[in-house]
Design a protein around this ligand. Sequence first.
Ligand code: 13P
Ligand code: 13P
Ligand code: MG
Ligand code: MG
Length: 375
Amino acid sequence: MLTFSIIKADTGGHVGHSAVHPAMLATASSRVHDAIDAGLLIDGTVAACGDDISLIMTHQRGTDAADIHGFAWDVFQSTTRVARQYGLYGAGQDLLSDAFSGNLRGMGPGYAELDLIERPSEPVICFLADKTEPGAWNLPLYKIFADPFNTPGLVIDTKMHAGFRFEVYDLHEHKRIWFDCPADLYEMLMYIGAPSRYVIHQVRSRTLDEVAAATSTQRLSLIAGKYVGKDDPVMIIRAQSGLPAVGEVLEPFAFPYSVAGAMRGSHHAPFMPVSLGQAHPSRFDGPPRVVALGFQVHDGLLGRQRDLFDDPSFDEARHQANVVMDYLRRHGPFEPHRLPLEDLEYTTMAQLEARLADRWEPLPSPGRQPATSPA
Ligand code: 13P
Ligand code: 13P
Ligand code: MG
Ligand code: MG
């Protein structure tokens, strides 16, 4: 049994929230190499999307392992120290607690993990995003694992005819449900179409009885009770041989759908698929970015990484994203560019409500004179 883990955190931005400083990446990489040498990890690499650092790791400790989570926590403490040393923006932004206590749950860093029995050929795709939220994966996961117009394999490959099981979390009420697709498809869409609350946590193949996809499903704002940055998500998807092909997994991102999270975590903007070299959201702290890193995992080793959106066939999606960004920006502070009030995290609505409380008055009841406006 092999465990594939991505653990990520924003521990400081360069410049503002746009990217990670190379010195922080160098620190994280050297710590990962030490952990491979020490036998904690089988393999590992470090990548950044925007201001978030992802540790991509293989090991044999299982999901939610204290020593793996503790290692990642230590790495993020180290990168935070580098961020402080260089005066980078929001040093330690996602580290909500002072001390590690056995598991990263509720502590700020995000993580997607899955256990797998390595197949003779094991293609794995890691998606890393910045300036959005975990529910941003709902739409592509639906298309990849439930929509035959995206994934002809659902029709052509008999190993997929039994469909896929989706585990969906309700982030407000801290509960979960399993949907069996295609049977439960319409019911599931009612929930996952509201991605700020309902988030797909994992997808399993019914035929293979194995995990096909896993996402990071935390919401920092719900953990911390106030805005502390977006919990820019990550996702792991296994491909081929009874699972969707690599091209079917990437296909949904050819449509730059709108996601929540740009500028102060408070705006809808198009999700732009980019290469690592373009994963630095700077216009209006956006548009939100997604990178896809492909690996042929073999004997637990990651092998050579492929930057899958570094492909001109995604140029049109990037172009459309820019057009949509122009259109949405012209709404300024109006919805639907700005998020609905309940999702607004930076704006301290509670404080505003308190300040204006005694200026609100009831509407005049029918048949009575309207109140005069104050002088
Ligand atoms: P191959 O026949 O090259 O294995 O391709 C199968 C496939 O999944 C293409 O989408
Ligand atoms: P991050 O969550 O990527 O730090 O972005 C925060 C933000 O508010 C950008 O405008
Ligand atoms: Mg940040
Ligand atoms: Mg970020």
